[in-house]
Design a protein around this ligand. Structure first.
Ligand code: GLU
Ligand code: ZN
Length: 510
């Protein structure tokens, strides 16, 4: 039978994302999840989240929580699944073992599966023998003929066993929604292991049962699963189950065109969240890896993606992961936030990263330099700095001088172009005088600017070249070649810390 060769019919579709909680949620899984989600939402179907934790050794609750929390953070919501029990639950494989057992027993009873007692050494010997005869190594079928009594006896003796599926030799053809017509020869597989025992089914088996019982109509998953597809189809057929329609989405490659992996930097969503990428930027970025819109629009909200998503526009060719693109999207979405929204976002980010602590309603303390600040401080920071920020962690990199007590820099950096050291020292003295005069209550950049403007207009050298005073002022406050303007920094770090830094600069210049 040819699975999925019927005409595309996307009515009443049910799709699923079936992550294994054996690692932190990574970019590739989010993309698969997103495409399933967009498919379900676009065609008005149902999106199921199923936790595939049959691999007991590698699955942990911590990873499961990471997957669930981060999907929620990204705004990808499921209709059925953990925390949303529906008609076909439970949605966690470890809670469905009794169900798999019945189907395993059925296959055993019908002699479509059998116990294999081969030890690892025996299997190795079988493989080597085949290889030496120029054959592709696969299970030899050594145990496929034991009678019931023999099997009972061996099981009673506690011989370690696995359950193998009697693989039919046939050609399986599917019409993959992304990759088109695909053909597989199952005789290459040999009798595969489908369970360690009645209570420990393996992925290829459990997935067939779940997709069937959860009435999954379309399986959209990474093309690393292509070789599993024919195996799942024959298992389904052995159980009289009509297989779903498949869509295998392209691989994500790193910039060097090898499969995206840790070598290319971090791939977990948590790490992008921690670096200060916005969920909407990640969604936009990830959607365009493997799916392309009909026009040349690049910026898409989740709603727009749902609206425009169609299966036909899933790409067969691999997607390339381009971090600059993600930075571009993130900068775009950051710019779109109002300063008030940004203020909240920055606060959350800095709290999370333990740079600030909350001290009361609208009261925060910068841990390292003891500055007491409130929401309007962050609003100002956002107005001043958001333009150049690609991700929130850039605030900590570009504006570290706001969050630290001590700053360090080369003394020469204080010097404006070829100014004389002595002149720079005089300029710093002048700055100390001016800043000392300004009252704390007036420490706003506009006011500070007025005062400095007055000083500059009264002073011929500075009038001719404002850099002679403003450059050393800015460097003394920031320790950096590039930073926010001096008046803004004065406002943000306040009178006390500003004076401290100016005194430091004075010392350095002596
Ligand atoms: N648990 C499998 C995985 O995480 C699911 C694959 C599938 O979608 O069938 O790779
Ligand atoms: Zn065997």
């Amino acid at each position: 039978m040819e699975a999925g060769l019927q005409k595309n019919n996307f009515e009443n579709t049910r799709v699923r994302m079936a992550p294994s909680p054996t690692g932190f949620l990574h970019i590739g899984s989010v993309r698969t999840t997103l495409f399933n989600y967009l498919f379900a939402k676009h065609y008005k179907g149902t999106f199921v989240l199923r936790i595939e934790d049959t691999d007991v050794e590698r699955s942990t609750l911590e990873f499961e929580k990471d997957i669930i929390e981060n999907l929620k953070w990204l705004g990808i919501d499921w209709d059925e699944g953990p925390e949303k029990e529906g008609q076909y639950g439970p949605y966690k494989q470890s809670q469905r073992l009794d169900i798999y057992k019945q189907y395993l027993q059925k296959l055993l009873d019908e002699d479509k599966a059998y116990y294999c007692f081969c030890t690892e050494e025996e299997l190795e010997a079988q493989y080597q023998d085949m290889a030496s005869r120029g054959l592709i190594p696969k299970y030899s079928g050594h145990c496929d003929h034991f009678d019931i009594e023999e099997i009972k006896q061996k099981l009673l003796e506690n011989k370690s066993a696995v359950i193998r599926f009697r693989m039919p030799n046939k050609i399986i053809e599917i019409n993959d929604l992304v990759r088109g017509h695909l053909k597989f020869d199952t005789s290459l597989f040999g009798d595969i292991i489908i369970a360690k025992n009645l209570n420990e089914p393996l992925y290829n088996f459990a997935v067939v049962i779940d997709d069937y019982l959860m009435k999954i109509t379309h399986v959209i998953r990474g093309d690393d699963h292509i070789s599993n597809t024919p195996k799942q189809i024959v298992i389904a057929e052995a159980l009289d189950i009509t297989p779903a329609t498949y869509a295998h989405i392209s691989t994500i490659l790193g910039p060097d065109k090898t499969r995206l992996s840790k070598r290319h930097g971090s791939t977990s969503i948590a790490s992008y969240k921690q670096a200060g990428y916005l969920p909407e930027a990640l969604i936009n970025f990830i959607a365009l890896m493997g799916w392309h819109p009909s026009g040349d629009q690049e910026i898409f909200s989740l709603e727009q993606l749902i609206d425009q998503f169609t299966v036909e526009r899933l790409l067969k060719s691999p997607a390339i992961f381009n971090i600059q693109k993600l930075d571009f999207f993130n900068n775009h979405y950051l710019q779109k936030k109002s300063p008030e929204e940004m203020s909240k976002i920055i606060i959350d980010f800095l709290l999370e990263n333990k740079v600030i602590i909350k001290q009361g309603t609208d009261q925060y303390l910068i841990k390292d330099n003891n500055l007491k600040i409130n929401e309007s401080w962050f609003t100002r920071l956002s107005q001043i700095e958001t333009k150049k920020i690609k991700k929130l962690s850039d605030f900590l990199e570009y504006d570290d001088y706001l969050f630290q007590e001590k700053i360090s820099y080369e003394p020469n950096l204080l010097n404006w172009k070829d100014a004389l050291l002595n002149d720079t020292a005089l300029a710093i003295d002048k700055c100390i005088d001016i800043v000392s005069e300004i009252e704390e209550g007036n420490f706003k950049s506009e006011f500070i600017q007025i005062i400095f403007d007055r000083c500059i207009s009264e002073n011929q050298i500075y009038q001719k070249n404002r850099g002679l005073i403003l450059w050393p002022l800015r460097v003394a406050l920031s320790g950096k070649k590039d930073s926010a303007g001096p008046y803004e920094i004065l406002e943000l770090i306040g009178k006390e810390l500003s004076l401290k830094r100016l005194q430091e600069a004075k010392k350095i210049l002596r």
